[in-house]
Design a protein. Sequence first.
Lengths: 253, 318
Amino acid sequence: MNLRAVWTLYRFEMTRMRRTLIQSVVSPVLSTSLYFVVFGAAIGSRITHMDGISYGAFIVPGLIMLTLLTNSVMNASFAIYFPKFTGTIYELLTAPVSSLEAVLSYVGAAATKSVILGLIILATASLFVPLQIVHPVWMSLFLLLTSVTFSLLGFIIGIWADNFEKLSVVPTLILTPLAFLGGSFYSIKMLPPVWQTVSLFNPVVYLVSGFRWSFYGSGDVSIGMSLGMTLLFLFLCLAVVYWIFRTGYRLKS
Amino acid sequence: MTTNRATHAGGDEIISISHLSKTYNSGYQALKDVGLQIRKGEIFALLGPNGAGKTTLISIICGLVRPSGGRVLVGGYDIAREYRRTRAMIGLVPQELTVDVFISPWTTASLSRGLFGKPPNPAYIEKVLKDLSLWEKRDNHIMTLSGGMKRRVLIAKALAHEPDILFLDEPTAGVDVELRREMWQLVRQLRETGVTIILTTHYIEEAEDMADRIGVIHRGELVVVEEKTELMRKLGKKQLTLNLQAPIEHLPSGLEAYNLSLAADGSELLYTYDARAEATGIAALLGDLHEAGIHLSDLNTKQSSLEDIFVNLVEDRA
């Protein structure tokens, strides 16, 4: 295994995060803080409690998940799309680097950025609302699994996209609506029965529910179901990435 | 890890290509049953018109394009099964100026070295950047560099992992004359260190000036592979220019058998002959001219350039 290449690429991607600190960290932290101000303080003050938790605290896991999903996808998709766009991908394809090593580097870096971001937002949230984390190990596991899974999805989108519009179409038109309708700001138990059933087809519901369970010990679906669905999505993404490298889809003629 | 290193009778080939073909999904056949051996330490120039298959051939060897058939060995290793070994031996300078412009020459060269699995070696990177006159600009953003310097950055990246083989795909395209000469000098220096160099070029003079051997590719087929001097000797035509003491309007009768033409308003006779032929016919022509009463004031000969040879080869197959 070319571990040096993995480390080099990983470090390069992490350096890019430092170079684009405002875009990578400051911007999502600022927008999340605004969510707290608007939903947590302004609107949240008129909502009493959700499952015995203040509304401001209730939305923290959902907000972190929302940031994780979008940033994992955007970081990973841009990281692989940019070399494709500029043509510098030739170097990766001519280097003694296996598909697994390339994925480890790009997805590893994107997931690391997301985890860091998630922790920063968690720290930011603690400034606004009192937080408790009942299951810190599970919280870390969900944080990691979600970051890796959606970084893999971002990697797939970055390979698939052949223009900037396609690069943004999935995060904007699919992920953001799914995240907003996935119980980030409410419990799906509040919905009419029909919409509760419809919501169960939204994979983000399981992520948010599991993550919220790790904070407060309660969620919309069982922890087993949340973990199972997250792992299922992870393996689906892994299978697609494996297929991409096996066939050279959008990478090799 | 098991290896499948092949052995060759010759032993001095660093790249061995056999029955290589490539058909793209569009149905376009870019390479047809190509066979080629590149010798260790040589400078090999691959010539061909646009779309001939030069870049496809290089791309297959480097791992950018999948072959449809055939086999390529680099250093005796199969490029598909032993890609780590073969790619570690190769440095590629692509045709386009494809480099991340938001970082510095130092960073990008170091990144290239790491990608190829080599431990950091600042002293070596410094040497490469100095050799390429990039040292002063090592910390500048590449976007601030000129086109020629960006080209040199690509060469620095290709050399960063100390490759045995360097592919230069149109290395001096869009480069000014001075820089082109500098690059040729650099290529020669690299060859002296034992690096095998394969270059594709549109500049025939580049191949003529630098290459040990030349391959001409046309419509996916290797038309000819030959030592440069041998190629020019075999295929080169010579032209004898005869300056006449007095201009003539028509060729005298009895000289039709010669490949003669009038030039310079009848004050020159041009005689084109095959340098390969045992008898060039010059002596007989001079005798016949004398008998026809045509007297010469001067004469000179001109050897076909590689460009002439290339055009002839391609036109013959058009």
